[in-house]
Design a protein around this ligand. Structure first.
Ligand SMILES: Cc1cc2nc3c(=O)[nH]c(=O)nc-3n(C[C@H](O)[C@H](O)[C@H](O)COP(=O)(O)O)c2cc1C
Length: 175
């Protein structure tokens, strides 16, 4: 009997969901059962799964508060299964910040919680100015200017390394 995997995600503009969908495809290709849930909709039992993956994007320096609350509220259940976590952010577009050990958000995240998933990864996200409301657009332009990224508001760049996503999915299969 194959393992059952749950993937729970938090997304705002859809990039984390897109990454989850790729992971789902990899698991399915490997004949593994997988169920995908938005963090707002997960109401199952963690113990119904043998593997549990959580993915969240970063907004203004933090992962969705609900993700941290979920982890803290379910730590014993998470500790009883194989787990993986991934973060999606734009800082990870930089080579020197694209690993869990070098990405400031991932480092900070694991300093705040005691959960230690078996597998941790970080993916660069997507920059798409036209999707952002005025305030967010100006803020992201400022962050990009500070970090020497593109500031032209017509910019739409998918920085996600999809090979790395596929490789992550394959590692989840082998957990
Ligand atoms: C309002 C806003 C704030 C963001 N803040 C950060 C940030 O502080 N650091 C960072 O590296 N990326 C930041 N990002 C980039 C997102 O993490 C990136 O676009 C990611 O792909 C979003 O994933 P999602 O579509 O799943 O929410 C921000 C994006 C937006 C729109």
């Amino acid at each position: 009997m194959n393992d059952k995997t749950a993937i729970v995600y938090s997304t705002v503009d859809g990039q984390t969901l897109k990454i989850c969908n790729e992971i789902v495809q990899v698991l399915k290709k490997n004949n593994q059962h997988v169920a995908l849930f938005n963090i707002d909709n997960f109401n199952g039992e963690i113990s119904d799964y043998q593997k549990f993956v959580i993915g969240s994007s970063i907004r203004y320096g933090v992962h969705n508060k609900k993700v941290i609350e979920f982890i803290n509220a379910n730590k014993p259940q998470l500790d009883a299964v194989k787990t993986a976590f991934f973060s999606v952010n734009l800082v990870a577009r930089k080579e020197e910040k694209n690993r869990p050990e070098t990405n400031p958000y991932v480092i900070k995240f694991f300093k705040k919680i005691t959960w230690k998933p078996s597998l941790v990864e970080v993916f660069a996200g997507k920059l798409d100015y036209k999707k952002y409301p005025y305030f967010d657009r100006v803020m992201i332009q400022f962050i990009m200017w500070m970090t020497k990224g593109p500031t032209d508001i017509s910019t739409e760049i998918d920085y996600t390394n999809w090979k790395k996503v596929t490789a992550f999915g394959e590692t989840v299969c082998k957990l």
